[in-house]
Design a protein around this ligand. Sequence first.
Ligand SMILES: [Zn+2]
Length: 577
Amino acid sequence: MKVFCVLWVLCGMSLSAFALDREAFTFTKYDLQIQLEPEQSRLGARGKITLRNDSAQPQKIAVLQISSSLGWRSIQADGKTLQFVSQPFASDIDHTGALSEAIITLPAQVKPEDSIELEVAYEGTIPLDSTRLTQIGVPEVIARHASWDQITPSFTAVRGVGYVAWYPISTESADFTEGNSMFQVANRWKRREASSEMNISACSSDDQTPPDAVLMGDRSPGVRGGSGGGSDHHPQQKFLCVLHRFEPAGIDAPTFAFAKFKKQTAGGSPLVTVHSLDNHDSGATTYLIAASPSAKFVTEWFGSPTTPIAIADLADPHAAPFESGMLLLTSMEVVDPKLAQINLTHELVHSAFLSPRPWIYEGLAHFAEAVYREKQDGRQAALMLLGVHRAAFVDPEKAVAGAPQKNPGEPLSATFDEIYYRSKAAYVWWMLRDMIGEASLKQAIHNYRPADDKDPKYMEQLLTAASKRDLGWFFDDWVYHDRGLPDLHVQSVHPWKNENGTQIITVTFENLGSAGAEVPYTVRFDDGEITRRIEIRAKSTATTRIELPGAPLEVIINDGSVPETEMGNNAFRIVER
Ligand SMILES: [Zn+2]
């Protein structure tokens, strides 16, 4: 009998594990009240979540996951308490490397496309925790600069999905040690949440943590008012709340920060607010001064910034900066004025320009950083900034080019993967500017209306109309498909003189990659150099002829403005005969 029971339990477990589809539901709406108690490192939350069954099967079980340092208090539907099993679930999507998972038996099956509203309550602490990094061998001292999320009496900053599951999610296990697993899980979540809505009321009953001092990166002005219900600890107590609204919540990873910040506005306008910690006045001033030139630049390209943005200080001077919506978290201990202008430019682009497509929304903000960098110190400085982005996506793109069947890659037009919609997109916009010119690109941006962006080809149409150029091949290779990157080199150079004695060279370039590009090339000769541009389609060659005022020395293809898989084969020295 005992053997039977054990077998029965095992069978039962494997059956339930088999039936559990953690990514069946999309969380379409959150209405959560959160209360921070920094003195206890504590967060308490309660509210409603709407889950829509986006799978093909009816679902009787729902899964809700929060950080493993938080615990479930209650889960209800229609005012009735639901049965749930709470268990730890190993996943690197949270900084602790684990989630508190509630496996809930729903009152009835939820059919495909139907929704159910759950009322939830959970609470716990959010201490600094770098377990998910240290357990894969990252030294503690480095891991802490990346995993800086925490609630403490002196400083609080907590990022959302991918860092801390401070609001309920539901994902398959993410594992840092298994290739891209962690990023794939997070990207799938972002994609599912792309048009979700999140309303967070920051609530408080005391003066220590006033709710309007809790920073969040939403686009709403932070509507004050309403009183929250009581918490489990203080059922009778009334709370003052400030409402924050993320819409959509998808790529923003809703984040909050709270500390004894000194709050200052740039030029007395609420557009740019700088929140700094003690002894960081100089860094804060650098940001305040940078606001005006950055805003002027952004206005020229994207129209007037309108949504207020906030820059907030991080307690750890080596902490990696992070943006969530309209909030940038970055240390102000030491601030380079040029970097401050570039950071503000990025955020102000978001303030001025909206798009539902990540490659347009984030890609243009990163592109604007590079254009501003060019304004500061010239094209080479801008290309160096872009080079940092290239390092992020060159290996994934090599994998795509090497085995497209196994690694189909991510078309920019549909991606929710940061390295594509930030880094690769920044280059795509830069190449487009080089190809069609600044005036045409600005015109297309000015004509863009997010509400009209229903078709992935909408942006191409605006650019084509503004530039009168056929960009179909470029969008096919870079935006609608992921074909990897070009690999350009000089195939042959033939110097000769015509009957008048003029020095001429005939150059053939080859693109070994599967993405075409229009690319600059430079011919160096005795007393100078000539730079021109040439279009070289995928797996093709292109030949050109150039008249030179002196003897040719070297031909160089690509100044770094086109991201390639291989940048070491771009120069060709011409040997004298
Ligand atoms: Zn951004």
